[in-house]
Design a protein around this ligand. Structure first.
Ligand SMILES: [Zn+2]
Ligand SMILES: [Zn+2]
Length: 622
């Protein structure tokens, strides 16, 4: 599993602005590529959003003449602009509507945005009172690029172009809105001054804007941190540390079910589960290459008995090579497949930790395949099928990103060119032959090989990178892994790194939001709740609980001295799949009144019938 994979893995760029956080990779990226992006042809919506950023700056300067505009790119869902207000008053949330009104007043006067090139000297002079713009000017000059200004109405800004042709005509006044204020460090660096970022939402039409706001509201309702709190699934403690979740018995049931399912799929794929320690000597990571390429993400551990550097492991692969290397291997032994659910640790920036989506301690449904070259295709194909099966069970859509190396930055990768080309070719061919929809991601490869990133699409059509399948022709070499070929010669096996659903911890966060807290029966911490109409049914109720528990159902009784209506409402709020109401008639006839989650009318059935039905649902993960 590569550093990049996990870093980018939270929410797939470029849709990632949903993620809260100070300086997300998207923002950083849009900053870095500010001058690059607008050079390339963009879609008209992007041009509108970019134009609106200028319009915002114009409106801000009208009310805050002392404001110093810095950068204002188009982003997913809209745009933002960062201002320095240190020379006077700064706007508050309540002032956004006034700014928005001003934008709408100015818009009809912007019929075009006219560009003009200026000299470095003129640019320095023009921005002498704005150190931020000045810094950008110097950067552009250093790269030997042209410095251009764009003017619309009476407003001029440093920019390279990429605007709506005729803003007054092309931008519907009700298709955008100012959204919120946030603090942002200049260039995303905490050592730099804090600026005020104004975010705007912008779409082609008012309808699109409204639809987006609705989706966002829905996403907030489904926020896994909110639901996890309401359902009591996990907690974070300041004393334990951020990014290190503590799963409650209920939450741990879900997590364990996810693991159990992956374990079952691993067994079908022929994996042998191994168990490995959390701490490693640095020596291991020096050979694997992680020490050079990944050290800043690893947490160190000290022993009082040695000076030796040690680390909490960020991944399992290097350890698995040592199990492989522990015995002589023949071509007939291959493929050898190890799976592992050990906890892994990564030193994520505290500011980027949020709920389960980014963690410092988490497991993966990790596995490594050591095989011959002629077995690669079959192995990859089987793994892809298992992933497909898993995601179908979870009712999650997906697509695959074929992550390739960035040929322009060879220093980021280990291994020979020829090896890379071979590996990339195999994956490409496989995806084409299997007719799997995929997109290429240049520069998204792991440092040791290309990979296929599985992108899950949840109920709100948000994309998450959940798991990867990576071909690695480098690490086996670095660890001198070998097998005896048919002709008696020594050969190096290929290593395939793969996960199915990725991290069970993160995946649980995704599932909570995907299901909106209404877990399918097999995952639900409480699968059924028995509600007696009155205390006199307590004996019968308890017998039902015992019988069902013996059949493997997670069932509980609600014996609180409250009205039936209140109990039913509570069970609905907790999204318990089945509510079993027991009154006089049911007790007499050995039946239950079954209320299924989300369905209006109850059904009457015997305890045996219901038990058989729920057990079947659990077993088939229906
Ligand atoms: Zn512009
Ligand atoms: Zn691995």
């Amino acid at each position: 599993m590569s550093a990049r994979a996990f870093r980018a893995g939270n929410r797939v760029e470029p849709r990632s602005s949903y993620r809260p956080g100070k300086v997300s990779p998207t923002l950083y990226r849009s900053f870095l590529f500010y001058y690059v992006i607008i050079d390339t042809p963009m879609d008209p919506l992007e041009n509108k959003r970019h134009t609106l950023a200028h319009l915002l700056a114009a409106a801000v300067l009208e009310h805050y003449p002392h404001a110093r505009p810095t950068l204002g790119p188009a982003i997913e869902n809209g745009f933002y602009y960062d201002f320095d207000f240190s020379q006077g008053d700064a706007p508050k949330e309540a002032d956004l509507s006034l700014l928005e009104r001003t934008m709408r007043e100015i818009l009809p006067t912007w019929h075009e945005m006219v560009g003009k090139e200026i000299s470095l000297k003129d640019a320095r002079d023009r921005f002498k009172d704005n150190p931020f713009k000045k810094e950008i000017v110097e950067d552009i000059a250093m790269r030997g690029e042209k410095i251009t200004l764009y003017t619309a109405g009476g407003f001029t800004d440093l920019c390279r172009g990429g605007h709506a042709e005729n803003p007054a005509r092309d931008i519907a006044p009700d298709s955008f809105t100012l959204d919120r204020l946030a603090g942002a460090y200049w260039r995303g660096d905490e050592k730099n001054p804090m600026l005020t970022r104004i975010y705007g939402l912008a779409f082609n039409t008012k309808e699109d804007l409204e639809a987006y706001k609705k989706r966002r509201e829905e996403a907030r309702e489904r926020d896994h941190r909110k639901i996890a709190r309401e359902q009591g699934l996990l907690v974070f403690s300041d004393l334990v540390g951020s990014g290190m979740p503590l799963f409650t018995p209920k939450g741990n049931i879900i997590r364990s079910e996810i693991i159990a399912y992956s374990r079952e799929l691993n067994a079908e794929l022929g994996f042998g589960e191994v168990h490995t320690p959390n701490i490693n000597k640095a020596a291991l990571f020096k050979i694997s290459g992680h020490y050079d390429k990944y050290k800043e993400d690893m947490l160190t551990v000290h022993s009082q008995y040695s000076e030796e550097e040690m680390f909490l492991k960020p991944m399992n692969c290097p350890q698995h090579t040592q199990i492989y290397a522990s015995a002589p291997r023949s071509y007939r032994d291959l493929p050898i497949r190890f799976s592992d659910f050990s906890l892994l640790y990564r030193d994520e920036r505290p500011g980027e930790l949020s709920g389960l989506t980014r963690l410092r301690s988490f497991a993966q449904d990790d596995g490594h395949i050591f095989c011959r070259e002629d077995q690669i295709e079959e192995e990859l194909s089987a793994v892809l099928s298992a992933i497909q099966k898993a995601l179908t069970t979870y009712r999650i859509d997906y697509w695959i990103r074929l992550s390739l190396r960035d040929p322009a930055r060879p220093e980021k990768y280990i291994g020979e060119d020829a090896t890379w080309e071979k590996a990339e070719h195999i994956m490409h061919t496989l995806l084409t032959e299997k007719n799997i929809p995929y997109k290429k991601g240049l520069g998204e490869a792991a440092f040791y090989g290309p990979k296929m990133d599985i992108m899950a699409v949840d109920a709100l059509e948000r994309e998450w990178q959940i798991s990867t399948v990576q071909l690695d022709l480098n690490m086996p070499n670095r660890f001198n892994l070998e097998y005896t070929a048919e002709d008696g010669s020594k050969k190096t096996p290929v290593m395939i790194h793969r996960a199915l659903i990725g991290s069970p911890d993160r995946f649980m966060g995704i599932l909570i939001e995907h299901y909106g807290g209404a877990f399918p029966v097999w995952l639900a911490p409480v699968q059924a709740r028995v509600v007696p109409v009155s205390q006199k049914h307590a004996g019968y109720t308890e017998k039902i609980r015992e019988d069902m528990a013996r059949a493997g159902v997670r069932v509980e009784i609600d014996i609180a001295d409250e009205s039936l209506g209140k109990k039913i409402r509570r069970a609905k709020m907790e999204k318990i799949p089945y509510l079993l109401v027991v009154g006089d008639k049911e007790a007499e006839t050995g039946t239950l009144s079954v209320e299924s989650r989300g369905e209006k009318n109850g059904e009457k059935m015997t305890v045996e019938e219901f038990t058989a039905r729920i057990v079947r649902e659990i077993r088939t993960r229906a």
